[in-house]
Write a protein that binds this ligand. Sequence first.
Ligand code: HEC
Length: 195
Amino acid sequence: MTKKKQPLKSGEKVLLGIVLVFVVLAVISYAALEAYRMRSPEPIFANKTHYNFSEEGKLGSVLFRKERCTSCHRALRNGTNMGLSLDGVGSYRSLQWLEAFLSDPESVYGAPTIDHGAPPKEAAYVSELPEEERHAIAVFISQLKAEQGSSSAPVPPEGRSEFIDEMVKVWAPKSWDNKYDDVRDKSAKAEGKEE
Ligand code: HEC
């Protein structure tokens, strides 16, 4: 039995046309952005994360790729975004926390986890890796640092932002004043005390 190909209906043609316009626009904007980025004398996106690896950290970086962490995570701008980006994580998680998380994720997180944890979760194998490997990987991650202003930095960007002040005023209930510390006040106090 052979089926005759049906010609496209006019509605289908319109939809296809709209999709095509989006695709063409996306390609043009990507090409324009890349052309601008390559000609720009300064990087258009400032790099706010940095690293300085010890020997153990370098070993951890190799293991991080070998043990397929990059299939879900991003580090050193490599890997995927299926899990969290780990660039800069070393600025808000200590080495102890990272080691504890890799060996016993569910209790360290204190909340339901998606991929790390007991089988059949997809990253269950991580807590079964040899302890030395987990240690080296934790050292590697702890050396991925973030500067102030990076999305993974524990402190917000420098200076007061009117926009953030306004948002806090609108959205944060008055009762939070006593309940929580404003991280911006804390970082202003700590200024000058950092290494
Ligand atoms: C199948 C995807 C997947 C794989 C593979 C995976 N992870 Fe994760 N990872 C996640 C997700 C999702 C989270 C968030 C916690 C959760 O829900 O499991 C996470 C959280 C983390 C965190 C905590 C980050 C934070 O600050 O809260 C660390 C550290 C981490 N992973 C390291 C690793 C390492 C090291 C490996 C490889 C040995 C690895 N992950 C492999 C998906 C994955």
